[in-house]
Structures are given as structure tokens and as C-alpha cells.
Design a protein around this ligand. Structure first.
Ligand code: TRH
Length: 392
């Protein structure tokens, strides 16, 4: 039997969970779905330990779901150089490893897997070579993306079938809610998951969702949202509501533990609206095919507004003006920060009301969008094809 092709995936944590969340998914797919011998090199094992509690950050080497998870530390001792080397987000493998790559007779194929963006320049940069200025090595850029001329998005085999089976199974959903909260949502409740960066207008959202004509569950895994909403609604807001005739409903904030990564998908599938952030949860919300709002990772000089607009342009292209406007204004209101001078400040309450009143149409849209993306090959498939058939 031919020996499995060896892949080394390197990941250095910049911050939060997304770098590891993405790298782990990729490594697992390479091993489980493509039969590669994969080592995932991580400089911070505690992050993977949050996403996968089976991981013990104390070990330098461990195995999970067919992936060898190895600690990336300096000085780095090279034991073996892989056939394919993936650096995620331009993180650079250790210098000693790169020198060893250059010494191999058959040079490893070297990929820089970049950040996700809906901007159109991505199509022109995807798959471009970048020769090393010092060494006889060529690195290729690989860009995730939303169009056929990009590397696509990670989507595990059978993901959407598992989602549909969960949605068709009321017992499984009830068991999920009981396991997470000890209860099941009240009849007719609007269930909203909440994952966003510190500084999002959490309190404003809590007030806004109260206009919903039924019970609301705001479900916040441990983190910025859960911390910000860890107090009762301010008294002045309640007084104002009473003065307005008291039409607003009780909103329940459910602070829940940070979920293992695969269970987080269940939360997105079980909710009616998902607030997500960064890169990986943003993609998972699209596979969940429910209306969602994206809290984008803030960048210097407002560069993230360009990225946000590029995605919104694609995502809302097929919507009529009112629906496209409802999505855009909610996302802009949600992402606005103090200091974003010169931007019109869309009011969160009105934006939310416009969004939620169009929920059925936005849900049909989310399904159509998901179906269109799912008709394309997933990122891991494309990456393997590129490395095995184009670069070979
Ligand atoms: O955590 P993020 O903000 O991560 C990233 C990084 O900050 C990265 O440096 C930055 O460049 C990028 O954002 C844009 O958000 P993200 O990408 O959504 O990753 C979160 C991961 O955590 C994702 O894999 C889902 C997972 N998750 C759980 O497993 N359980 C949970 O309860 C929650 C809320 C998330």
C-alpha cells in the first residue's frame, strides 16, 4: 500500500479562536476525508483545548481524529519535512524547518492559506506563486472565498445533511437545549445566538429585541456578550417601557458555557437568528442557513468596513431593496464603534425591527445563499486538488 502523503499545517495564534478553529477544521478534513498523514503544529494548545476539550495542553504531541497535534515552539527541532507544507495566515514555519525544506531533493509544495475576504482582488491573487528570494522554494497563495475563482470555504462532508437531520428531529433539539440550558425554549420563542467582540452594542440589542411580539432567548456562550449582559436590564429602560405602555416582552439572556466546536454548530442550527464574528463562525452561520449578523474583526483605519461592504454586496445582490437595506443597516449598526466618525449611525432598534419583520424572506434567502455556496467544491477538496494535481 502506498504511504499516505504527509502534510504539515502550521498555525500561530494571533488572538482569539479563529486561527486555530480554521486550522483544526482543515487538518481534520485532510486526515479524515482525504487520507493524508497530517501534523497540526500549534503554538498555543490551550486554544484548541477550548474548541476540543479532549486536547490536553500539557502534552507536546497527541492524536485526535486522525490528526497529530504537535506543539510549535522555538528552538524547533526538525525531525521530518512533509510533502506539503501549509502555513495558515502567513504565519511562517520555523526558520530551521524552511531550511530543511530547501534541502529536500523533491521540494515540498508550500501553501500560504490566507484570510477570507469577499473583495474582488482575491480572485486575481488566488493560487499565485511567490518565489523565495533566498532559497530554491516557491510558496503559493491560497485564498478562501465566495466565488468559483477562489479557493472556496471549508465544508465537511455530510455537514448539511447532519444539519437537516437535526432540524427535522424535535427530540434532538429539545435534548440539545436541555443539555445546554437545563430547559427548552418557550413556545414561539425567538432564539438568538450571540457571539461578538467586546464593544458591540449588547445592551442596545437586548433592548431592541424586546420589541419582538413573543418571548426571546438571547443565548450567549461565555465571552464578551455573556459578560456584557451579566446584569439585569437597567432600571431606566424598564421604567421607560412601562411609561410607553409596557408593550415590550421579557427578554431572557442565557449565559452558557463555551461550546466544543462541533456543538457550536448545533447552537447555530437550533437558533432563528445568529450573531457571529471573525471568520470561522461567520462561515458556519452561512452553512446554518438562517438570517445572521456579522461582527467583523476590527482593523486599523477602518479597513474592515471595506471588507464588510464587499461581503454585503455579494450577499444582498439578489434581495429587493427593502430586504437588502434591512440586512445592511442591521450589520452597520451592530458594527459601529465610537470613533467611526463620519458614518451615518443607523439606529439599532429600527434596524433590528426592519430585519426581524422580514425574517421569513431572509431565511429563504439564507437557504438559497447556502445552497449556492454548497454547490461549489469545498476549500479542502480544492486545496488537495491544487497540491496533488496542479503543483505536482
Ligand atoms: O475568535 P474569533 O474572533 O477568531 C478570529 C481570530 O481573532 C483571528 O485572529 C482573526 O483574524 C479572525 O477572527 C478574523 O472568531 P471566529 O473566526 O469566528 O472563531 C471562533 C471559533 O470558535 C470558531 O471556530 C467557532 C468556535 N466557537 C466554539 O467552538 N464554541 C463557542 O461557544 C463559540 C462561541 C465559538
Amino acid at each position: 500500500m502506498a504511504r499516505a502523503e504527509r502534510w504539515d499545517v502550521f498555525c500561530r495564534v494571533v488572538d482569539n479562536y479563529g486561527d486555530v478553529g480554521f486550522s483544526w477544521r482543515l487538518a481534520r478534513q485532510l486526515a479524515v476525508e482525504h487520507g493524508k498523514a497530517v501534523r497540526l503544529w500549534l503554538d498555543d494548545l490551550t486554544v484548541l483545548g477550548k474548541l476540543r476539550p479532549e486536547i490536553d495542553p500539557a502534552y507536546d504531541l497527541q492524536r485526535l481524529e486522525g490528526v497529530e497535534v504537535a506543539r510549535l515552539s522555538e528552538p524547533f527541532t526538525v525531525d521530518d519535512v512533509a510533502d506539503v507544507v501549509v502555513e495558515t495566515f502567513g504565519c511562517d514555519p520555523p526558520e530551521a524547518y524552511v531550511l530543511a525544506m530547501a534541502e529536500r531533493r523533491v521540494k515540498p509544495r508550500w501553501i500560504n492559506l490566507e484570510y477570507l475576504s469577499a473583495e474582488s482582488w482575491v480572485e486575481g491573487s488566488h493560487a499565485l506563486p511567490s518565489p523565495n528570494p533566498r532559497l530554491p522554494l516557491v510558496k503559493h497563495f491560497f485564498f478562501p472565498g465566495f466565488t468559483p475563482r477562489t479557493g472556496g470555504l471549508l465544508r465537511e462532508r455530510g455537514l448539511l445533511e447532519r444539519r437537516d437531520a437535526f432540524r427535522a428531529d424535535a427530540g434532538a433539539q429539545a435534548a440539545f437545549w436541555r443539555g445546554l440550558t437545563g430547559r427548552t425554549p418557550p413556545e414561539g420563542a425567538l432564539k438568538v445566538s450571540l457571539f461578538a467582540y467586546a464593544g458591540a452594542p449588547f445592551e442596545g440589542l437586548r433592548r431592541s429585541v424586546a420589541s419582538y411580539p413573543g418571548p426571546v432567548w438571547l443565548v450567549a456562550p461565555e465571552g464578551a456578550a455573556a459578560t456584557a449582559l451579566d446584569r439585569p436590564e437597567p432600571a431606566h429602560a424598564i421604567r421607560r417601557n412601562r411609561a410607553d405602555g409596557g408593550s415590550r416582552r421579557e427578554v431572557e439572556v442565557l449565559r452558557v458555557p463555551f461550546l466544543p466546536q462541533d456543538r457550536y454548530d448545533l447552537l447555530l442550527w437550533a437558533c432563528d437568528v445568529n450573531f457571529v464574528r471573525g471568520e470561522d463562525s461567520f462561515v458556519r452561520a452561512q452553512w446554518a442557513a438562517r438570517p445572521f449578523a456579522w461582527h467583523i474583526y476590527p482593523q486599523d483605519e477602518g479597513a474592515h468596513w471595506v471588507k464588510l461592504a464587499a461581503f454585503l454586496e455579494r450577499y444582498t445582490a439578489d434581495l429587493d431593496r427593502a430586504r437588502a437595506g434591512a440586512v445592511t443597516s442591521l450589520w452597520e449598526a451592530w458594527n459601529r464603534r465610537d470613533g467611526d466618525e463620519g458614518r451615518d449611525r443607523p439606529a439599532l432598534a429600527e434596524s433590528w425591527a426592519a430585519f426581524v419583520s422580514r425574517r421569513d424572506a431572509l431565511e429563504a434567502h439564507a437557504e438559497a445563499w447556502c445552497g449556492r455556496l454548497a454547490a461549489r467544491r469545498d476549500l479542502c477538496d480544492q486545496l488537495v486538488d491544487f497540491c496533488d494535481n496542479v503543483l505536482k
